[in-house]
Design a protein around this ligand. Structure first.
Ligand code: UDP
Length: 240
């Protein structure tokens, strides 16, 4: 099943894709390559909102597992997403793409606060808006941040670029017989606890009828293929 052409998308990139082949942090060459793909998508006429995770630097759950206060650790995770957003902004601007970063945690020396109407204006002017710090609250993830921004910015779809090429019925790294879905509906994802995004993000997309397209951003050129309907992906939407 395919989707109608998009005008405006929310592209969510997991933090881990920014580390390229490193074990941690930001691989600037890899970020530059990602930025080139995002630029190509924008040059094809799309309006793009970006959300970037922070898992390449810090995840709240990992801190909590080592005894940190969970909320405190989550705030550190949110700060990590701001660093990633600034790295992506820099890479995009080196390619001549105008961008603005809007953070859910106000940080006026480095970026704007999240203001929906201002973000609209940026998109109208051909800028990419990078939303940082998720929803700005602990106990959430950047997937929830992506779903929230996709809803409030009225995006046609949420594209989740990650290191796997879609949604499987089991973990493909552990089970060689795991099958990838071409399409699957929101309720199956929630009922079967399929590893797409956290449940609150999936429910928000379901309630606002925002299709979720899960694909691998690790292979170069894949974003363009997915946008052109020729990629390997899973579409999560109302009826499979
Ligand atoms: N985080 C949070 N609230 C949010 C978004 C993120 O507390 O609204 C924290 C949380 O600790 C999370 C970390 O930031 O683990 C990094 O984000 P995420 O795990 O979503 O990054 P990704 O897995 O996409 O790289």
């Amino acid at each position: 099943m395919s989707l109608p052409p998009f005008k405006r998308i929310l592209l969510k990139l997991s933090g881990e894709v920014l580390m390229g082949n490193q074990q941690f942090g930001i691989d600037t060459d890899f970020v530059a390559a990602l930025a080139a793909e995002v630029k190509a998508a924008k040059d094809s006429g799309l309006e793009i909102c970006l959300v970037i995770g922070g898992g390449n630097i810090f995840r709240g759950m990992a801190g909590a597992a080592k005894g940190m206060d969970r909320a405190q650790a989550d705030y550190m995770g949110m700060l990590a997403t701001v660093m990633n957003a600034l790295a992506m902004q820099s890479a995009l601007e080196q390619l001549g793409v105008p961008t603005r970063v809007q953070s859910a945690i106000e940080m006026d020396k480095v970026c704007e606060p999240v203001i929906r109407r201002r973000a609209e204006r940026h998109l109208e002017k051909g800028r990419i808006v990078i939303f940082a710090a998720g929803v700005g609250a602990p106990y959430f993830t950047t997937d929830s941040g992506a779903a929230l921004r996709a809803a409030e910015m009225r995006c046609d779809a949420l594209l989740k670029g990650t290191s796997v090429d879609g949604v499987y019925d089991a973990d493909p790294k552990k089970d060689p017989t795991a099958k990838r879905y071409d399409t699957v509906d929101y309720d199956t994802v929630l009922a079967d606890n399929l590893q797409v995004m956290d449940a609150s993000a999936v429910a928000l997309c379901r309630d606002n009828r925002i299709p979720i397209v899960v694909f691998s951003i690790r292979e170069q050129g894949n974003l363009a293929l997915v946008l052109g309907g020729k990629g390997t992906q899973t579409i999560v939407q109302k009826e499979a």
